[in-house]
Write a protein that binds this ligand. Structure first.
Ligand code: PEP
Length: 246
């Protein structure tokens, strides 16, 4: 199983921050972890040039490849920059830009056609959690977002409880274990035994202090990191925590 630590910079970072990406790329050359940094679109091209040892990903893409969609970025444009990954269905996109499972599914299809690795985000809200709906919400998101997909080679799933994003809160290890096991079962139901190779990342307030214990949970194959991915100093301990883990 591939181990993956991805960083989502969200709407943060200007050219002066590229040095953080360069430091990560230099330090983790030859690592057994796939490191993916997803800076804002404005930095993708420059990041690709300096980050020779890690992957560079986008945070979103449009369902269409070109056309009258002011302000949008397409998979063709990402392909042109040799970007390798795309985050799709982040809860901030789902909640603030109305991305339904259906839209997410179309984006996944578009991205895979351009050979991008898809980091598909799923996660329950605080209310859904309190109503004990976590596993059913996740199942609906998985089935809905992957409904048109038969080839899962380039799929990565990121479980991100919405209430844990940027809050400093994390589920207990037992809860992470239950949800990741359930996600794995859903994927196995959909795709059979080949789904045992789909990496499932945990995301939501991961940092250098909690990463090791989170990575010790079965079916956690890496992390999607927001705030702590913005600097080399806070991101490196997370990568180190999963390096050499068998
Ligand atoms: C995220 O938004 O994908 C995320 C995991 O953020 P943070 O690590 O800051 O909670």
């Amino acid at each position: 199983m591939r181990k993956i630590v991805a960083g989502n910079w969200k709407m943060n970072g200007t050219r002066e921050n590229l040095v953080e990406i360069k430091k990560i790329s230099d330090r983790f050359s030859g690592s057994d972890v796939d490191i993916v940094i997803c800076p804002p679109f404005t930095l993708l091209s420059a990041a690709k040039e300096i980050a020779t040892n890690i992957f560079i990903g986008a945070q979103n893409l449009h369902v269409e490849n070109s056309g009258a969609y002011t302000g949008e970025i397409s998979a063709v444009m990402l392909e042109d920059l040799s970007v390798t990954h795309a985050i799709i269905g982040h809860s901030e996109r789902r909640n603030e830009y109305g991305e339904t499972n259906d839209v997410v599914a179309r984006k996944v299809t578009t991205a895979l056609k351009k050979k991008l690795n898809v980091i598909l985000c799923i996660g329950e809200s605080e209310l859904e959690r309190n109503e004990n709906k976590t596993l059913s919400v996740l199942k609906e998101q998985i089935y809905g977002s992957l409904k048109d997909i038969t080839d899962i080679e380039n799929i990565i799933v990121a479980y991100e409880p919405i209430w844990a994003i940027g809050t400093g809160l994390t589920p207990s290890l037992a809860e992470i274990s239950t949800t990741h096991d359930s996600i794995r079962l859903n994927l196995l139901e959909m795709y059979g035994s080949s789904a045992s190779n789909i990496p499932i990342l945990y995301g939501g307030s991961v940092n250098g202090l909690n990463a090791s214990e989170i990575f010790s949970v079965a079916n956690v194959n890496g992390a999607l990191v927001g705030g702590a991915s913005l600097s080399f100093d806070t991101f490196s301990p997370i990568v180190k925590a999963i390096e050499n883990k068998t």
